[in-house]
Ligand binder design. Structure first.
Ligand SMILES: C[S@@+](CC[C@H](N)C(=O)[O-])C[C@H]1O[C@@H](n2cnc3c(N)ncnc32)[C@H](O)[C@@H]1O
Length: 466
């Protein structure tokens, strides 16, 4: 088999956790297909790479549809992340549940799940319009090969192509009012006469728009990221844009990031144009302040499901709760009433500062926010002979630092609640926790926070054996 060879017909068997699709070549080798296909489809595939054990391919054409596909309204387009949009939602849940089960199959085979209750996957309360944070990009699309010369595009990055923007005016994951804002900024920014930014020349002005929304009250925050150093930046013309947007009663605050760096990220010195610079969300009856750069779960109603799942698994009370990888302190604050003290450990200074504000907002007084890498905090904490009775762990996608699980075991905490956005790293860490036999895995709950994407959250509970 050679590079660029066309394989057809190819039957798509299933999705695997990495977000790729699995099919089989005639010689039995696995084909990992990147791009938008659905299990049950018959497709043609171009070979991109041939490896010893598998082939990597890119889909060319769909020859036969899948029975899992649903008819969608014409404006429900798949941009960037929401590749599973054509799959019926109950099927998405079934596939995600199976993926988590498959990740745990090695632990099961070794008899480590004997005491585990496997809870059915929990659905997101909203499956469209659920995102409370959307990042839109401005740019150009100039291609002699495709005979396209478009100086102003506003929408989403084409996946895998940092300088290509798909022009659009509707996102299925945004609420109706955020889609309206997206469309209004589209019209106003085009009419401003200010050019879009070009990363290849570092010239131009419009770069990003971030819209954050507090779902509890509909308040919005607009964050503009503009290369204000460019000679074509026109403060008066931009002023007309944000002042017009300020007429909307749901826009609580607007912020300008003077984004003059080369990296394609929303960054730079912040200038508050309107309002307090923050919005306030309510989750499970508690208030949380959101600043432009704060970490906050991007599906608010889904976060309520995730957090109430974690809370329902906590069986102990009293003593010290350590909330590790705490972000803005949400989980620790929601559990504080059960414990004598909560210590919330987070790497990012802004998030840790937000945790202190959030504890104050909710009248939580037995709460301490520690800004430190968890791995360093644990060494110092254990070194001082301090103890913890219950642990909540919610690490980023790559999981914990290699030495951290051993330090966590050293506490001999009576229970550990582990919230994970990556079942592979979760199982790797559980393997370590369970291997010594000191802990039993009592519960596994998959939670779907991100419908139409391949992402999956899992909450588990470990109990110290007597
Ligand atoms: C998945 S988020 C969870 C946040 C929080 N539990 C929540 O639900 O909002 C992971 C958090 O871990 C933080 N983080 C990443 N690496 C870290 C480290 N080595 N030590 C401490 N915190 C870290 C990130 O900044 C992020 O806020």
């Amino acid at each position: 088999m050679n590079k660029n060879q066309i394989l057809s017909p190819v039957f798509v068997e299933k999705l695997v956790f990495s977000g790729k699709w699995l099919a089989r070549a005639e010689d039995g080798r696995a084909i990992m297909i990147a791009g938008g296909v659905i299990p049950g489809q018959t497709v043609s595939v171009r070979v991109i790479k041939t490896r010893k054990g598998h082939i990597e391919g890119q889909v060319l054409d769909v020859l036969e549809p899948s029975p899992l596909e649903q008819p969608l309204p014409a404006h429900f387009q798949v941009y960037g992340g929401c590749k599973w949009l054509p799959i019926r939602y109950p099927e998405q849940l079934r596939i995600k549940n199976e993926q988590v089960l498959e990740c745990f199959s090695g632990l099961k085979a070794r008899g480590l799940l004997a005491q585990t209750v496997w809870h059915p996957i929990l659905a997101s309360p909203e499956i469209y319009g659920y995102r409370n944070k959307l990042e839109f990009s401005f740019g150009k699309y100039i291609s002699a090969k495709e005979e396209i010369h478009d100086e102003f595009r506003f929408g989403f990055h084409k996946q895998g192509e940092f300088d290509r923007i798909i022009d659009c005016d509707f996102c299925v994951l945004a609420s109706d009012s955020v889609n309206e804002i997206f469309q209004e900024v589209n019209v106003l920014s085009r009419a401003s006469g200010i050019p879009t930014y070009d990363p290849r020349t570092n010239k131009g002005v419009w770069r990003h728009l971030v819209v954050r929304e507090a779902k509890a009250n509909g308040q919005k925050m607009l964050v503009y990221s503009l290369n204000t150093k460019d000679p074509d930046y026109d403060a008066a013309a931009f002023g007309k844009v944000w002042q017009k947007m300020s007429e909307r009663s749901d826009i609580a605050t607007q912020i300008l990031f003077h984004n003059t760096g080369l990296a394609d990220i929303v960054a730079g010195e912040a200038e508050i144009l309107q309002g307090p610079g923050t919005i306030r969300e309510t989750l499970l009856g508690k208030s949380f302040e959101i600043r432009p750069k704060s970490f906050f779960q991007t599906n608010s109603t889904g976060a309520e499901v995730l957090y109430s799942t974690a809370i329902s698994l906590v069986k102990s009370s009293g003593g010290t709760l350590l909330d590790l990888y705490a972000g803005t302190g949400t989980i620790g604050i929601l559990l504080a009433h059960l414990f004598d003290r909560v210590r919330s450990v987070e790497l990012v200074a802004d998030s840790s500062a937000d945790a202190i504000v959030n504890a104050g907002l909710n009248g939580v007084t037995n709460f301490e926010a520690i800004q430190a890498p968890v791995e360093k905090f644990l060494k110092d904490y254990l070194g001082r002979g301090e103890t913890a009775d219950t642990l909540v762990i919610d690490p980023p996608r790559d999981g914990m630092y290699p030495g951290t699980p051993a330090d966590i075991l050293a506490f001999r905490a009576r229970e550990i609640i582990y919230v994970s956005c990556n079942p592979s790293t979760l199982v790797r860490d559980l393997d370590f926790f369970l291997a010594e036999g000191k802990y039993a895995l009592t519960d596994v709950v998959p939670v779907d926070m991100f419908p139409h994407t391949h992402h999956i959250e899992t909450v588990v509970r470990l109990e110290l054996r007597a």
